[in-house]
Design a protein around this ligand. Sequence first.
Ligand code: BJW
Ligand code: ZN
Length: 235
Amino acid sequence: MFELIEDQITKFKKIVFVTGAGISQESGIPTFRGNDGLWRNYDAMKLATIDAFYDNPKLVWEWYNERRRNIFQAKPNSGHIAIAELEKYAEVVVLTQNIDGLHQKSGSSKVLELHGSIVKIKCSVCDYREEILTEITNLPPLCKCGNILRPDVVWFGESLPQDVWQNAMNFASKCDLMIIAGTSLVVSPANTLPIYAKQNNATLIEINPENTTMSGEMNLEIRKTSAESLPKLVS
Ligand code: BJW
Ligand code: ZN
């Protein structure tokens, strides 16, 4: 079955990838819900909220600062690179929940960041935004307006950037192949994207060593890691 898809990959014209933390796991970036999803004994899920940030902005910034350091030295793996190479054969759009920028680094030209970006920060009160590629010292950093700056990412209970989400739904609704790689699909609304593709009769492929809640909806489940399996699709 996997071989069948390898032979047929070029028949698809509009390919959408939905990716999550698992695709960067082989670049040395921990996932959220795996065994490595804990940071200093804190549950990462409890840090990714605005309440946690207001309770202890320094702690949440320390978590992001450590992740910034890790992400800045990480390199795209063969999974990211295979996705970028697929652009030679089809229109490819990557809808990623990751904030690490590794799809862009590997050469993918159309990447929509659903949950923001590690290089961007914004004021928790006013409209100030900026990109910072160096280390952030004196935590928490302060805005010129006197309020606390925060990572420009989407935490639980917050809306996704509306324009990004609209575009993501549009691409998902129009694709003929959706490949869902390295995500547990437990977080909404990103986990609804396969439903839009299915409504368009798209072929759905899941790449994940583990089952997910949506595995039953897939046309093909590849129970291997993304760095192992994705290069075979374009070879
Ligand atoms: C491999 C592999 C390898 C391993 N190869 N695979 C009750 C109260 C409040 C909100 C809600 C509620 N109930 C539902 C909600 C909505 C909520 C939600 O979905 N919660 C669920 C957890 C229940 N969603 C939201 O709040 C979203 N906003 C929203 O809905 O707005 C409307 C609204 C407003 C107000 C109230 C309610 C709704 C926003 C969600 C934002 C998520 N943010 C985070 C942090 C982003 C910034 C950061 O990175 O720090 O996004 S949390 C975290 O989860 C991060 C991820 O992008 C996201 C998804 O995780 P992902 O990528 O799937 O990772 P894992 O670890 O879960 O899975 C990895 C997978 O890879 C596994 O399956 C492995 O097997 C696999 N894997 N190695 C391939 N080598
Ligand atoms: Zn401000």
